[in-house]
Ligand binder design. Structure first.
Ligand code: DGL
Length: 263
């Protein structure tokens, strides 16, 4: 079974791309709606939330994991899964597939992410390892606004400022490297054009889904189950909009204390 996690709604865009490629795979998605957003938390806090997420997905039967959370990628890479004592997983995360697609293109890339992602330097290091450059721009408020279901007028000034910063850095590609940001992709495009830029807006979801479908088994009964750490009407609305055409369940993920007691 494939387990996907994010702080909340962001990873649903990645799930949708995986679903299109692997319609028969059994998938469980954990949205840590109680602790979202992750992007303003410390690396230590995020590592601890990652271990809780993995425990919950393991308890649900997942062995193949998609970390649909850029803010957790540095923890996925630097905290050995073995140290977390949560079992053995095959893991696909956001950074590797994104850099593999973008680095060879030889364009000027602005990468927008959470404060945690940018501070971790994981993308800067990964692009440098492929002899490519990236200009990383933190957009700290945006994931929380999207998670809370903020309307266009609340998102616009934040997206506009980020787009203008990307333009001032000469971006030819703008990578939306927080999985929440593609929910505002149209707005990014609008603001870039407004600023006189023809930059391409890149959503890494397809590259990550491609990697997951290459590495994970696509067999199963097509089960689709969502776990949330806190009830969220915004989460439920996104799920219905994206997956309303098929059967799914949304259930409480159980408390963190329960997760801690799981062997
Ligand atoms: N969607 C996640 C990411 O890709 C987390 C955003 C957040 O919770 O701050 O970074």
């Amino acid at each position: 079974m494939i387990g996907i996690f994010d702080s909340g709604v962001g990873g649903l865009s990645v799930l949708a791309a995986i679903r299109r490629r692997m319609p028969n795979a059994d998938i469980v998605y954990f949205g840590d709606t109680e602790n979202a957003p992750y992007g303003n938390k410390s690396a230590r806090e995020i590592a601890s939330l990652l271990s809780m997420a993995l425990r919950r997905l393991a308890a649900a039967g997942a062995t193949d994991i998609v970390s649909a959370c850029n803010s957790a990628s540095v923890s996925v890479h630097t905290v050995p899964i073995d140290l977390l004592r949560v079992g053995t997983f095959n893991v696909v995360e956001m950074v590797g597939p994104t850099v593999a697609v973008l680095a060879p293109r030889g364009k000027r890339i602005a990468l927008l992410g959470t404060a945690a992602t940018v501070r971790s330097n994981i993308y800067q290091d990964a692009f440098a390892a492929r002899r490519a450059e990236v200009s990383a721009i933190p957009v700290p408020e945006l994931a929380g606004l999207i998670e809370g279901g903020a309307p266009r007028e609340k998102l616009l000034p934040v997206v506009r400022a980020a787009a203008e910063e990307a333009v001032s850095r000469g971006a030819e590609i703008v990578s939306l490297s927080c999985t929440h940001f593609p929910f505002a992709k149209d707005l990014f495009e609008e603001c870039l054009r407004e600023a006189g830029s023809a930059a391409e807006v890149f959503d890494p979801a397809e590259a990550v889904a491609e990697e997951a479908s290459a590495r994970f088994s696509s067999g199963g009964k097509g089960g689709l189950n969502f776990l949330v750490s806190k009830d969220s009407p915004v989460f439920a609305a996104h799920v219905e909009r994206l997956f309303g055409g098929e059967p799914y369940t949304i259930s409480p993920a159980g408390s963190i204390y329960w997760a801690l007691k799981t062997p």
